[in-house]
Write a protein that binds this ligand. Structure first.
Ligand code: SAM
Length: 227
């Protein structure tokens, strides 16, 4: 076996699969080429368990540690597109998981704080993101109460399903800021784009059905065994 050539061959296979995935996302209505090019720059295979690397560029959610998931690429692209990320925007992510969504936001130049309730996931994501050169502030805790130290945020993205829009998060938005959040029953949600239009005013638009693991915490669902 040629040890030198194996990694580059593998990289080429992943690169091809990544480009094919981008075409799938375009065909599903993702039109923001900045989002697509950010996703093209990120090795998703490194964010999934080793046994799943061959499936990293399927348009599907995959299992990670602590019985959680790395979100489906289409969902990551759609939520990122809805945030209209610009360089230096201050973004809070709730649900670091694998760290992939945080990498996409950082690749777009955002200043990202990401909160995860499972310490193991947060630590693994922090290490991986740093090794790839992404400067993401990974915190451990209950993200449903937000993160007061960084407020107000231009964008907040919740990557777990909430029973209602968590009020602390809506209140930590800057005026004009956008909260993208899946809301609904535990097994099926609707994606909402909530915009803060004034000190006590918000508007909400529906962005279609989605399915996430539950958001567990003070302004989310009660804790359940194994989640
Ligand atoms: N954004 C992740 C990624 O790119 O891999 C996917 C996130 S996964 C679908 C949802 C994550 O939200 C899980 O890792 C879960 O532990 C986390 N989570 C659930 N409730 C939370 C809370 N109150 N605060 C922080 N994280 C939470």
């Amino acid at each position: 076996m040629n040890r030198q050539s194996t990694p580059s061959k593998t990289a080429t296979v992943y690169e091809r699969q990544r480009l094919a995935l981008l075409d799938v996302l375009r065909s599903r209505g993702i039109h923001d080429e900045r989002v697509l090019s950010a996703m093209n720059a990120i090795p998703r295979e490194q964010f999934v368990p080793q046994a799943m690397m061959g499936r990293a560029y399927e348009d599907s959610a995959l299992p990670i540690d602590n019985r959680q998931t790395i979100s489906q690429p289409y969902t990551v692209a759609l939520m990122t597109q809805e945030l209209k990320v610009r360089p230096s925007m201050r973004i809070l992510e709730i649900g670091t998981g694998s760290g992939y969504q945080a990498a996409v936001l950082a690749q777009l130049g955002a200043d990202v704080i990401s909160i995860e309730r499972h310490p193991l996931l947060s630590q693994k994501a922090r290490t991986l993101l740093a090794s790839l050169g992404y400067n993401v502030n990974c915190r451990i805790g209950d993200g449903t109460i937000g993160y007061r130290d960084g407020e107000p945020y231009d964008g907040i993205i919740v990557t777990a399903g909430a029973p209602d829009v968590p009020e602390p998060l809506a209140r930590q938005l800057a005026i004009g800021g956008v909260l993208v959040v899946p809301v609904g029953p535990r097994d099926q949600q609707t994606l909402y784009r909530v915009t803060r239009t004034g000190p006590e005013a918000w508007t909400a638009e529906e962005r279609g059905p989605c399915k996430f693991v539950p958001l567990i915490g003070r302004s989310g669902w009660d804790e359940a065994i194994g989640q």
